[in-house]
Design a protein around this ligand. Structure first.
Ligand SMILES: [Zn+2]
Length: 287
């Protein structure tokens, strides 16, 4: 029975990826349809529709065709934002970016090439034709650092982040509402302290753990400057083979969310990402 249900289940729109605007919109439409049917036709028919509709929402995420295309726009017009528990309260008006940032900030092509060159010269990365790999020694060292970091609480991780960043960098923990009911997302933000959003980098916990680990491993095994180490951390993340959170396998995948929450448009152009095959942590976004 379980395997039959599993086969019916659509993982793109259920479980962690369930989209609440879609679910609620469908439940309301289903309720209205059942009431109408019970009044005008028969209660048995209405009950059958009710059971079928609930099963579809539970297993498939929604039953009204094309829900992901219209539900976000529909719910966005509702007063307040019903899908954000704290909407309207005076929480700081800061917005997490679409893609997580990196300790080293955004790097232009020239810097990117210089970073890669220095990693190749120091034997941190090895090239096999067009393909790049982490050198085995460095990979082991990086994993050791990551394993020592992953158990830290948020404060401890933010402190480690500040130590790993170039001088004068400010780190803070910012909590934001996720796209779903009351679920908070925690970000580790590094900046120059000016409050200018353009000079901020927002890191998720898995990315912070990976990058601090990389900086520490680089500090032990190379003579790279603090700035170069921070810049390297983002590039090295592209070569991760195991998850910094759970040691699961890192796989290339496409980020397909139902609709990205209210107003989300990411379904149109999903990003290619590296993510953990076990825990789903998103580890690198290809731009
Ligand atoms: Zn994982």
């Amino acid at each position: 029975m379980t395997s039959f249900l599993d086969r019916l289940r659509n993982p793109d729109h259920t479980g962690e990826r369930r989209c609440w605007p879609c679910t609620v919109t469908n439940a309301v439409l289903l309720g209205l349809a059942c009431v109408g049917l019970a009044r005008r036709r028969s209660r048995t028919l209405a009950a059958a529709l009710g059971v079928g509709g609930v099963a579809a929402i539970a297993l498939r995420g929604y039953f009204v065709p094309f829900t992901p295309r219209f539900a976000p726009q529909l719910t966005q017009r509702l007063p307040g934002n019903v899908f954000h528990a704290d909407a309207g309260e005076d929480r700081e008006q800061r917005h997490a970016p679409d893609s997580p940032g990196s300790l080293g900030g955004e790097t232009d092509e020239e810097t990117g090439e210089a970073v890669l060159q220095s990693l190749l010269e120091r034997g941190v990365v090895v090239a096999d034709g067009e393909t790049l790999y982490l050198a085995e020694d460095f990979r082991d060292e990086w994993r050791e650092k990551v394993q020592a970091l992953r158990g830290r609480d948020d404060r401890g991780l933010a402190d480690a982040l500040r130590e790993s960043a170039p001088e004068e960098t400010v780190t803070e923990i910012v909590e934001q509402d996720g796209g779903r009911f009351g679920e908070a997302e925690r970000w580790f933000v590094v900046s120059d302290g000016s409050g200018d959003p353009a000079r901020e980098q927002w890191l998720t916990r898995p990315i912070a753990v990976a990058e601090i680990g990389a900086v520490r491993a680089l500090a032990d095994s190379t003579s790279l400057s603090a700035t170069r180490r921070a810049q390297s951390a983002g590039a090295l993340r592209m070569l991760l083979e195991t998850c910094p959170v759970c040691d699961g396998p890192v796989e290339e995948t496409t980020e397909v969310e139902c609709c990205g929450g209210p107003g989300g448009t990411r379904a149109d152009a999903p990003d290619d990402v590296l993510a953990c095959g076990d825990c789903g942590s998103r580890l690198y976004t290809f731009q």
